[in-house]
Design a protein around this ligand. Structure first.
Ligand code: GLP
Length: 261
């Protein structure tokens, strides 16, 4: 795992977007795993504003609410259209989200796994982190070997996401279809971005805490190619921050990105 502590929230967002953009330039036909949430809105804005090319890539989103049709303004399908897909040159036939409207959610979940496999697997998976320590919607006690399936959302998560539902947690769907932790760990590379003081504690538990299904994000410690990009507030509770800064400062590969670090 590589921790990249950035100078500011804008720098953490810019670094994330630049690393994705660089991968798209190097391998335009890559399979990109996408995430949602307020943090990612800034990443997508940076990519769209800077003219990143998506014309040959395929995307898979981490999750979708159960019971919201793609044209529902709070669905993740609508989120992706508004924040990214409608703003870049992506072929919409190559974008995938789990089908939260499926009559048979088990079948939809297996179909999603099959689509990922048919695309050759995910090359780079973008991740945020929820207050409950989740990646995707892998709520506490999600098995590290779990696959795409529907999960009940914790009260913490419904409270956290209430902002997108007029501030009313009761309007946040009760369930979501999400890639499993095991699905996520099979991606070739992971980039987790976290910003803000509200994420500091859960980031420390994910990065430095014990591997535990209570914090599904701690599973990223098992991944051989995982970057964690943080703004100063989200990095504030890390015990070994001096060591992470030392490594980052001495790795020449980060020289092109020094402005942000
Ligand atoms: C939702 C998504 C997660 C994401 C989280 C973070 O819960 N399912 O994948 O990590 O939001 O949201 P935010 O960036 O708004 O803090």
């Amino acid at each position: 795992m590589e921790i990249l502590p950035c100078k500011s929230r804008a720098d953490a967002v810019a670094l994330t977007a630049k690393l994705i953009g660089a991968r798209l330039d190097a391998t335009p036909e890559m399979v990109l795993g996408l995430a949602t949430g307020r943090t990612m809105e800034e990443v997508y804005d940076h990519l769209a504003t800077n003219g990143a090319r998506f014309d040959r890539c395929t995307t898979f989103n981490l999750d979708e609410y159960v019971g919201l049709p793609p044209n529902h303004p709070q669905s993740y399908a609508a989120y992706m259209a508004g924040h990214l897909f409608d703003r870049v040159d992506i072929d919409r036939a190559c974008t995938h989200l789990p089908d939260g409207m499926a009559a048979d959610l088990g079948h939809a979940a297996r179909d999603y796994e099959a689509r990922i496999a048919a695309a050759g697997g995910i090359d780079l998976q973008l991740l945020g982190i929820g207050a409950a320590g989740h990646i995707g919607f892998n709520e506490p006690l999600s098995a590290f070997r779990s696959r795409t399936r529907d999960k009940i959302l914790t009260p913490t998560t419904r409270d956290q996401n209430a902002g997108m539902f007029g501030g009313d947690a009761a309007r946040v769907p009760k369930r979501a279809l999400t890639m499993g932790v095991g699905t996520i760990l099979e991606a070739g590379e992971l980039i987790l971005l976290a910003c803000g003081a509200a994420k500091a504690e859960v980031v420390a538990r994910a990065v430095e805490g014990p591997l535990t299904a209570r914090v599904s994000a701690s599973a990223i410690q098992l991944h051989p190619a995982c970057k964690v990009i943080l703004d100063p507030e989200a990095a504030a509770a890390l015990e070994d921050i001096a060591y992470y800064r030392f490594v980052c400062a001495n790795e020449e590969k980060w020289d092109p990105y020094r402005d942000h670090l």
